[in-house]
Design a protein around this ligand. Structure first.
Ligand SMILES: Cc1cc2nc3c(=O)[nH]c(=O)nc-3n(C[C@H](O)[C@H](O)[C@H](O)COP(=O)(O)OP(=O)(O)OC[C@H]3O[C@@H](n4cnc5c(N)ncnc54)[C@H](O)[C@@H]3O)c2cc1C
Length: 510
């Protein structure tokens, strides 16, 4: 009987997705598997992707990458959340902060008490009750403290990173190669398939070398060399809900201390990001080509930089959506090859991480069981659809009437799943995180309220707290958060003390 165990894994592509997969497989699967990665410097990588979500810390922990060394190597800064300007209407601003919101009381999440207190005129802005939201615009940051009581907000600070994704891929490449991953430089010219079932057998380079494997990971970027161009998995286009289809990216000189948050400012037909790194600031304008010309988009981007542009804006085109199957036969697509959603909530690198861990959980012992494949695809779809809904929320829940783009977003039909969540929240502030969906209740609550969806009702148990006690509770939480933020160091000082990157050209620590 032939042994159909997977022994050879071929990763196509050496962008963030390819090297994250290579590093994780090398660490987790170990020496029983031969892992090869093929990439083409001539084709290059997308090279944007500078803001993350807190989950990346877990990925680096899994690999055993030291956080301080990581931040130094990638010119990293810390991210407490995202500031959304002009989204609800011009002049509005709110922060989607990571981590806790206020303090739970009994069964109920904090925002239930906040709704009632706000109705009685006893509540401050929701952001006053979030450590991250209060600390970010004040330029503060610290990692969780170990010398405070476990109940202190300082004991458990949720944060992510801003980084240079090219440097991260380089770090992961060193990591993976040191653990036996074999990298091959070259352009794949042909994909060889098995007769009958179409399983991929080998990728053939322009040099003529054929690289064979049992499992192929397609990290070839938007083109989807294996998953789409070879297996024709199909693509669900979500542009009718998320109409932005282009971006221009440009770095500018750093002016002033790096902020501990990403900034997202709504524009006439999209939005602009600002991501501070240690050595420069990343900027980009995501927009809808049906509503704005490329020249207008570039002019808007360049008119809103903090410092001098470091080059010409780089154009990127995309179609928001998801492959119908992200695992088809013996090919699993990760990163841009699997689908794309704009970087509004910095979810792409997270989705790579999540795809890797899902694949490792469902890794076949022998052959390719359809049951494993179906479960993988169902979980991926669920996760992506929930993120899609969360992104649509930002566009749809707006009062903006100033441009055709915003009028379209405000009045468009939205997925039934999102409609239900908005209706439930508007009714009584309830939200339920389903299954393994990425964004937790606190994220949805901050964005819904930040975008102007204010619940009319609240949970009946809130009424058990008399108004005087409710007021005292709100004031206490607000004071504790304010005191904690006061005690936090400046973000820039924290970086200087703990994880300053080496100046360009200096040798890196091993
Ligand atoms: C405008 C924009 C902003 C973004 N911002 C963020 C963000 O802030 N946060 C975030 O998490 N994500 C962000 N992303 C997403 C992020 O950039 C990607 O998820 C990430 O870079 C992964 O890309 P990738 O590795 O899938 O593809 P790529 O970087 O495109 O890499 C593809 C690889 O495949 C190789 N390849 C392709 N064809 C061949 C061939 N024929 N032969 C050999 N090799 C081949 C290429 O050489 C390359 O190595 C953003 C994306 C865009 C478009």
């Amino acid at each position: 009987m032939s042994d159909s165990r997977i022994r050879n894994i071929v990763i196509v592509g050496g962008g963030t997705a390819g090297w994250m997969a290579a590093a994780a497989f090398a660490k987790v699967l170990g020496a029983d598997y031969a892992i090869r990665l093929v990439e083409s410097e001539q084709i290059g990588t997308v090279g944007v992707g500078e803001a993350t979500v807190p989950h990346l810390k877990l990925f680096n922990n899994l690999l055993g990458i030291d956080e301080i060394e990581f931040v130094r190597r990638v010119q990293g800064t810390f991210k407490l959340g995202i500031q959304f300007n002009d989204w609800g209407q011009p002049g509005d601003s709110y922060i989607h902060g990571f981590g806790e919101l206020g303090r739970m009381l009994g069964l109920l999440p904090f925002h239930q008490y906040w709704i009632r207190a706000a109705q009685l005129g006893l509540a401050a802005d929701l952001g006053e009750y979030s450590l991250n939201t209060l600390a970010a615009p004040r330029g503060k940051f610290m990692a969780s403290a170990s010398d405070v009581p476990a109940s202190s907000p300082l004991a458990n600070i949720a944060y992510a990173y801003h980084f240079d994704s090219g440097l991260y891929a380089k770090l992961l490449r060193e990591y993976a190669e040191a653990r036996g991953v074999r990298r091959t430089e070259g352009r794949i010219a042909q994909v060889r398939q098995r007769a009958g079932d179409g399983f991929v057998q080998a990728v053939v380079l322009e040099s003529g070398e054929a690289i064979e494997g049992e499992l192929f990971i397609d990290c070839s970027g938007f083109r989807g060399l294996l998953i789409e161009q070879t297996l024709h998995a199909g693509y669900d286009d979500w542009t009718h809900w998320l109409p932005c289809d282009r971006a221009l990216a440009v770095a500018c000189e750093k002016v002033g201390p790096p902020t501990s948050y990403t900034r997202s400012t709504a524009r006439a037909a999209g939005w602009q990001w600002r991501i501070p790194l240690q050595h420069r600031t990343g900027n980009g304008h995501v927009y809808s080509s049906a509503h704005l010309s490329d020249d207008e988009a570039a002019a808007t981007l360049l008119a809103h930089l903090d410092g001098k542009a470091l080059g010409e804006p780089r154009p990127l085109r995309f179609t928001t959506g998801l492959r119908r199957k992200t695992w088809d036969r013996n090919v699993v697509a990760l990163g841009l090859a699997s689908g794309f959603m704009e970087p509004l909530e910095s979810t792409s690198i997270y989705l790579i991480q999540s795809g890797i861990s899902r694949l490792l959980n469902l890794f076949p012992r022998q052959g390719f069981s359809p049951v494993l494949i179906e479960r993988y695809n169902a979980q991926t779809r669920f996760e992506c659809e929930r993120i899609r809904d969360f992104l649509i929320l930002h566009y749809h829940a707006t009062q903006r009437r100033d441009t055709p783009f915003w009028n379209q977003c405000r009045t468009m039909d939205i997925p039934a799943s999102l409609k239900d969540n908005i209706a439930l929240f508007r009714d009584s502030g309830r939200f339920f995180r389903e299954g393994e969906e990425m964004f937790a209740q606190v994220s949805w609550v901050q964005v819904m309220i930040g975008q102007g969806i204010v619940p009319t009702g609240y949970h009946p148990l809130v009424d058990q707290l008399p108004p005087k006690e409710l007021e005292a509770f709100m004031q206490h939480v607000q004071r504790v958060i304010a005191d904690c933020v006061e005690a936090m160091p400046a973000h820039e000082a924290f970086i200087a003390r703990c994880c300053q990157a080496a100046p360009a050209g200096a040798p890196m620590a091993a």
